[in-house]
Design a binder for this molecule. Structure first.
Ligand SMILES: [Zn+2]
Length: 329
């Protein structure tokens, strides 16, 4: 019998839910270098073997509009990413399964396949049509990030220096997501849009990969007021490993900075409302957490920081699992 350290045992025993990666971009080329996600890659952050080694049980795979920003068609770019996930599941059905319902999520076990949740990061792919939300829902998309950093038909992203809230299409979209049981994700949204989402949404919303502005005042991070409002609505905020959102001199970011953000999110939102969203394969991440197999380091660090095992489990994934169980039909 293998003897595990208390930290390793807690990690193995925890349900680990990562709320954001851009890995599907690497299964679709160009503009990225294609990788075989069934194999442990020498580059990039995440693939099936590294997810397994990191003890990840559920993963949101974002479909970034990709081609929409690189001179192509966003709908095509998103559909290619959806197909890439289907293809990966076909190649490794015992390792990965698509999560479409609360039942699917409830049935995940640590020995069984990892649960994949499809998401859109920006709704460019919907082409301003609610009917296409239904199409993407039929295909399994269950998390909708309204924007990336730019303006689209629904809202303005956090990279736009504007005070505009949701467009009529954006409002209709939030209501349609509520009706369908699709999670609304406010990471990347500008402040006015976030206020509108919180006012309109009848269900909890998440910020899949955002940190705290009180620690590093970046437009992609959340104010204490926003953190509180997301938590009050029953939602969850995923602290992200992306160095850009950890500290101003981001090249010097360390695990300690992530822990600092997590402490602050927990203090403001409460322990029930904080999770993790790595942003693996989306940007530069913490060197300490350079790729998926490093995930157990976070469990150990939280435990050493004084979080109880029950609290560590909540942050590692129970909170995100709960809110998706509530939202998915
Ligand atoms: Zn992002």
């Amino acid at each position: 019998m293998e003897i595990l350290s208390p930290e390793a045992e807690l990690h193995q025993d925890s349900f680990v839910f990562d709320a954001h990666c851009d890995t599907l971009g690497y299964a679709v080329a160009p503009p990225y270098q294609r990788r075989d996600l069934t194999q442990w890659g020498e580059t990039g952050h995440l693939d099936l073997p590294r997810m397994r080694a990191g003890g990840i049980n559920a993963q949101i795979f974002a479909c970034f509009p990709g081609l929409g920003y690189f001179g192509g068609n966003a709908t095509s770019g998103a559909l290619q990413r959806v197909e890439a996930l289907y293809d990966l599941i076909d190649q490794a059905p015992h390792q990965l399964t698509l999560i479409k319902s609360a039942d699917d999520l409830a049935q995940l076990t640590s020995a069984g396949p990892i649960g994949a949740i499809l998401g859109l990061e920006g709704v460019e792919a919907l082409d301003g049509q609610i009917s296409l939300l239904h199409t993407f829902h039929r295909l399994g998309v269950r998390n909708i990030g309204l924007t990336w950093n730019c303006r689209n038909a629904a809202a303005d992203g956090s990279g736009e220096n504007t005070q505009y809230g949701l467009t009529p299409f954006g409002r209709e979209l939030v209501e349609a997501c509520n009706d369908l049981g699709v999670m609304v994700d406010v990471s990347h949204l500008n402040d006015a849009g976030l206020d509108d989402v919180l006012e309109i949404s009848r269900r909890p919303v998440i910020a899949s990969h955002s940190n705290a502005r009180a620690i590093w005042n970046h437009p992609r991070n959340l104010s204490d007021e926003q953190i509180r409002a997301i938590a009050d609505g029953g939602g969850v905020i995923g602290a992200t490993f992306a160095t850009l959102f950890l500290r101003q001199d981001h090249k010097n970011a360390t695990l300690e900075d992530l822990l600092h953000h997590i402490d602050h999110l927990v203090n403001v939102a409460g322990i029930e409302h904080v999770g993790l969203g790595s942003d693996y394969d989306g940007t530069s991440v913490l060197p300490d957490l350079a790729s998926g197999e490093k995930y157990p380091i976070i469990t150990a660090a939280l435990l050493h920081r004084g979080y109880s095992p029950a609290s560590v489990r909540k942050i590692m994934g129970e909170n995100f699992r709960r809110v998706f169980m509530e939202t998915l039909a």
